[in-house]
Design a protein around this ligand. Structure first.
Ligand code: NAD
Length: 276
C-alpha cells in the first residue's frame, strides 16, 4: 500500500545491483511512494548487474560512477540536477566493498592497499557525496541523506573484517557532516544499521548463514528484511522525520539491545548434548 510519502520529492539512489540489493528495494518503494530519482552504480556493476532493468521500471536514467573517484560523484550530482532542472531532496548511499573480505584475508593479516580501498569505497565516499552536494547546494532544505551501516561498527562480530572499521568511519562522517549540513541548510544525515541480509555483498561475509541464524534467534522481532529496510529508509526521506539527524538508527529487530535470548540459549544448550 502506498502512502504518497515522497510525492514531489527527487533524489539519487546509489548501489542498486540486482533485485536482492537493499538499494533496489528502496528504489521500488520510493517509486511507489511518488518519488523521482536517478540511479548510480560502478561501471563494472552496470555491466554485470541489472540496474538498467530497474531504471526502466522506475522510468529513470542510470549515471555510472566509481565512488572512489570524486569526479565521478560530481558528475552524478551535476547530471541529476540537470535531469530534474533543479535541486534534489534525498540521497541513498548503499555501497560497501572490501577486497580483504573477497580475498578471505584475516583481520590480523590485512593487505593495506585493499584496506585503503575498503575505507575509500565504503566510507569516504559518503563524505565525498556530502561535500559535493554541499558545495553545489544540490539538496533542498529539509532534505535527507541516508547511508547503510552494520552493528559491527560498534561491536565486534567475527568475520566482518575491515568492513567494521569502514562502517565506524561511515557513522562518524554522518554525525560530523550532519552537524554542518543541519546547521547551515536544514539537511539531515543518518545511518541505518541493518540486520544481516542475503544480498550479493551480504553473501561475501564469512559465516553469513550461521550469523543470519544467530541474529534471527537473538532478535525479538527477527531479522529485518531488505524490503523492511527500504520502508524505513522511505520514512527517513519523508517529511515525517524532519528533526532526526546525526543518528545511527538500528533497524535490526532488536538485536543490538540483546545479550542472550531464550531461542539462542536453547540452541546453544543443544550443542552440549552428548558432550562430557
Ligand atoms: N547485506 C547485509 O547483510 C547488510 C547488512 C547491513 C548493512 N549492509 C549495507 O547495505 C549496503 C548495500 O549492500 P547490499 O547488502 O544491498 O549489497 P549489494 O551487493 O547489492 O550492494 C552493494 C553495492 O555497492 C556497489 N559498489 C561497490 N563498489 C563500488 C564502487 N567503487 N562504486 C560504486 N558502487 C560500488 C555495488 O556495485 C553494489 O551495488 C552496503 O553499505 C552494505 O554494507 C548490508
Amino acid at each position: 500500500m502506498a502512502y504518497h510519502l515522497l510525492k514531489g520529492k527527487k533524489g539519487i539512489i546509489f548501489g542498486a545491483l540486482n533485485n536482492l540489493s537493499i538499494a533496489w528495494k528502496v528504489a521500488e518503494k520510493a517509486y511507489e511512494e511518488g518519488a523521482e530519482f536517478t540511479l548510480s552504480n560502478a561501471p563494472v556493476a552496470l555491466r554485470f548487474g541489472e540496474t538498467e532493468k530497474l531504471a526502466e521500471t522506475c522510468k529513470t536514467i542510470v549515471i555510472p560512477a566509481d565512488v572512489s573517484r570524486l569526479g565521478d560523484i560530481e558528475h552524478v550530482f551535476e547530471k541529476t540536477l540537470e535531469h530534474f532542472d533543479g535541486k534534489i531532496d534525498f540521497v541513498l548511499h548503499s555501497i560497501g566493498m572490501s577486497m580483504n573480505v573477497r580475498k578471505k584475508k584475516l583481520y590480523s593479516d590485512l593487505d593495506y592497499n585493499y584496506f585503503r580501498q575498503t575505507l575509500d569505497v565504503s566510507a569516504l565516499s559518503l563524505h565525498k557525496m556530502l561535500q559535493t552536494a554541499y558545495k553545489m547546494d544540490a539538496i533542498n532544505q529539509w532534505g535527507s541523506v541516508v547511508a547503510l551501516s552494520y552493528v559491527a561498527a560498534q561491536r565486534t562480530l567475527y568475520g566482518y573484517n575491515d568492513m567494521a572499521d569502514a562502517k565506524a568511519l561511515l557513522e562518524s562522517i554522518a554525525r560530523s557532516f550532519g552537524y554542518i549540513y543541519g546547521r547551515e541548510r536544514n539537511v539531515r544525515v543518518n545511518t541505518v544499521s541493518q540486520s544481516p541480509t542475503r544480498t550479493t555483498a551480504g553473501r561475501g561475509v564469512k559465516g553469513i548463514d550461521s550469523l543470519f541464524d544467530f541474529t534471527e534467534r537473538m532478535s525479538p522481532l527477527g531479522n529485518a528484511t531488505a524490503e523492511e529496510c527500504a520502508n524505513y529508509c522511505i520514512t527517513l526521506f519523508s517529511d515525517l522525520t524532519r528533526k532526526v539527524t546525526m543518528q545511527n538508527l538500528f533497524h535490526d529487530g532488536g538485536f543490538s539491545s540483546m545479550g542472550m535470548s531464550l531461542r539462542a540459549m536453547t540452541q546453544y544448550d543443544k550443542s552440549f548434548k552428548g558432550c562430557d
